[in-house]
Design a protein around this ligand. Sequence first.
Ligand code: 5GP
Ligand code: ZN
Length: 114
Amino acid sequence: MSEAECIFCKIARGEMDAEVVHDEDDVLAFKDINGKAPVHVLVIPRQHVANLEEIGDLPDAVVKRLFEVSSAAAQKLGVTEGGYAVRVNNGPDAGQEVFHLHLHVMGGKRLGMP
Ligand code: 5GP
Ligand code: ZN
């Protein structure tokens, strides 16, 4: 999937609407359109990388920022006390549907594995 077609690149470029929770230069957090928990946010690097196999293409500071923004989003939406899960679905067996690396931040209910 090219960056022109990628839906998360379109959201990052402002070409598609999303309910933004946190916006900064290299990282964006927005609500999942089909939330599976009371709080379900997606945290993405603005730079297109498909999956964890390509994470080396991101500057180290951006990789760190993905986790810091996950925490900031959880704090903003009030789930740090109750706790939350941060999850990457990587590849077909994990159910990855959008091939632009993203962290799911989920909370507001008891979460199990998987
Ligand atoms: P994956 O299965 O790839 O880890 O997760 C992709 C997630 O993106 C899904 O939870 C899905 O609901 C969400 N999603 C797909 N398309 C859109 C969209 O256009 N906008 C938003 N906000 N979320 C989307
Ligand atoms: Zn993309």
